[in-house]
Design a protein around this ligand. Sequence first.
Ligand SMILES: Cc1cc2nc3c(=O)[nH]c(=O)nc-3n(C[C@H](O)[C@H](O)[C@H](O)COP(=O)(O)OP(=O)(O)OC[C@H]3O[C@@H](n4cnc5c(N)ncnc54)[C@H](O)[C@@H]3O)c2cc1C
Length: 399
Amino acid sequence: MDFELTDEQKMLRGVVRRFVNEKLIPLEKEYLLEKKVDRRLRTRPQILGAERFNRLQQEAKKIGLWALWLPEEYGGAGLGYMEYLIVTEELKKTFMWFEFGGDAPHVLLNRGKHLLESYVLPCVRGEKKYQPVFAQTEPNAGADPAAMETTAKWDGKNWILSGTKIFVGEAEDVDFMLFPAVTDKSKGVHGITLFVVDRQTADCPGYKVSRHIETIADDWTLCELSLDDCPVPPENVVGEVGEGFIVAQKFLVVYGRLHHGGWQLGAAGRCLQMAAQHAKSRVTFGKPLAERQAIQWMLADSAVDLHCTRWIAYHCAWKADKGEDVRLESAMVKLHADEMAFRVIDRAVQIHGALGLTKETDLHRFYLTARMLRVAGGPMEIMRMVIARSVLQGELPTI
Ligand SMILES: Cc1cc2nc3c(=O)[nH]c(=O)nc-3n(C[C@H](O)[C@H](O)[C@H](O)COP(=O)(O)OP(=O)(O)OC[C@H]3O[C@@H](n4cnc5c(N)ncnc54)[C@H](O)[C@@H]3O)c2cc1C
């Protein structure tokens, strides 16, 4: 058994870490001092400043941080799930929203020339913007996405989409997004098809961001989208008609859940570091907090929590890179990571006392995001449901 990262993986981690330390973390102060996000700024690039966001993406591109997840044959870096985890962890050590550019969703690969040439390659060339936007949730289909009601009806030329999607992040600042819709209600999950909805062609009267939904986190506004007889050409079907639910779930299971693993390792790791620093410098009753057993135990529990998440996440990525089915492991990663981060960040807040509850430190940002992530991408109960189903079938992860 080898627990060592390769030299390339360590180098990648170093490059991303340096980028985050030098380019993103220094921006936090400015953001914290402004105290409140201008609520007219709906998307994350707008919050960082569109011009600055683009400039940072270009600077990252110069050091090779571009189209990281796409295969080399399309101009990507061809990195795997392990690298995905490593990069996500480093990026999420700051609460400044930033993504490296040039990527397109993996579900569009090997799905024919049209999707490759119209969406994947323009993303790599920087001509089209893709943030991981997946418009699945509906007013009556959240934790149970198979209950979706958005329909796609064939009119002989196009698929005509009608329905409402809700709680979708980043829906405004993208050129295209992924949309599942029901093409044959009688077939249940085998009657759901995945479409690429192109913002440029969908900028018809039938498509609109019908509502901005503010959340407890100032910088994370969600959208309600309505589609009213919105035409989508047949070339924009991802995979086969009727296989969209399966395609979408595979994509979400690996990328979505592993993303939570990396995200929470980064966020909780940074908060633990802040807690340790504060414990060493804050003196009460004549002694630094760090010398109190109560505080040491909180730090120790957080370190163990983080370490456990790290190993289940890395194990899951390792298996995914071997092409193995990781539905069970990835549910464990999301469950453990999201609950772990909430505990670790909450302890960090406690160690900071009142300061931890103010907007003078970064902690509130991490805290609110960690709370959001326990619902986003599938609530904890659904992860437990998936895991319990496997346990009842006698399946447990093996090494
Ligand atoms: C920050 C954030 C970002 C998001 N981004 C996106 C996005 O980009 N695209 C998108 O499509 N969606 C997005 N969502 C929506 C998210 O996927 C849904 O909120 C989530 O799937 C749960 O759906 P719901 O909120 O409708 O909860 P409901 O389905 O109403 O469930 C409510 C609660 O009931 C419990 N519950 C539900 N079913 C069961 C069960 N079978 N057993 C036990 N308990 C259960 C859970 O505790 C759950 O939290 C986002 C949500 C958040 C918070």
